[in-house]
Write a new protein. Sequence first.
Length: 291
Amino acid sequence: MTWLLGGWLGLLLAGCASTQSSHLTGDGPVTCQHIVRHSPNFSIHVVTVNLADPRVTVRVAPGGPAPTNGAPWVTTLLPPSEIARREQFDIAINGDFFDALSTRDIEGRNTGYVRGKPAFPVGPAMTAGHLWHRTELPRPYLEITADRHARLVAGRRGDVPEASAREIVGGGQIIVRAGQAVTYTNFFATARHPRTVVGLDRTGQRLTLFVVDGRQPALSIGMTLAELSREMIALGCDSAINLDGGGSTELVYRDPATAQLRVLNSPSDAKERSVADVLGVVVKAPLPPVP
């Protein structure tokens, strides 16, 4: 519990200019925390996962079935809760940035990211050792190996995953490396948005899943990448990667009181956005109560 207490205290100090309430549950392989701050407003959910615990399995899952119209489409969009239900996940977050077929119709109207559209994640994707999406783009990714360790890979053009890789989900930017913030200065980085982030401790066996809501001023204004970096370092992460965010940002969690999956955060579209893949967790132990 030392890392958890230290990370919580660091986070509290990082937010000392504003009022904050925090409710942490769980002392087993998974913990769950809801942090609420005011002036400015933030609503943050944090789940930690101990990869070293054999009762925990972390897996990447695609959206719906691969469409029949072939490349470049390798899956179809589905809401994260539907993917989690199909895969019997207890916890899931949205995964990589993605592209989808005809997000605007022939009249130029935005048709959105809806269930069933052919899609592909922008970065690489692997499930149970099967690399179901490759990319020629230099994209960073989270890799989980057969010996239950995780690492972040910079993702250079033409990279081939290690033979020991079992699960891979792509991301946009590595925001913490070797315990230090990585600086980005473009508009995407400096604007506040809903964000989804995965962090790793130095051992590579503790995952921190971080979701902050945004675009809802009365609830949560979102974060810049620099703000995210500070949060992840305060939580004890040695490295961290920014996944897809905005309307895709979502945390699905099985409420132990009802055994039903719930969306814990408040998606900025006021409903679930369908996505191309998720990072899911199966827990063969009692889950902490919803904070």
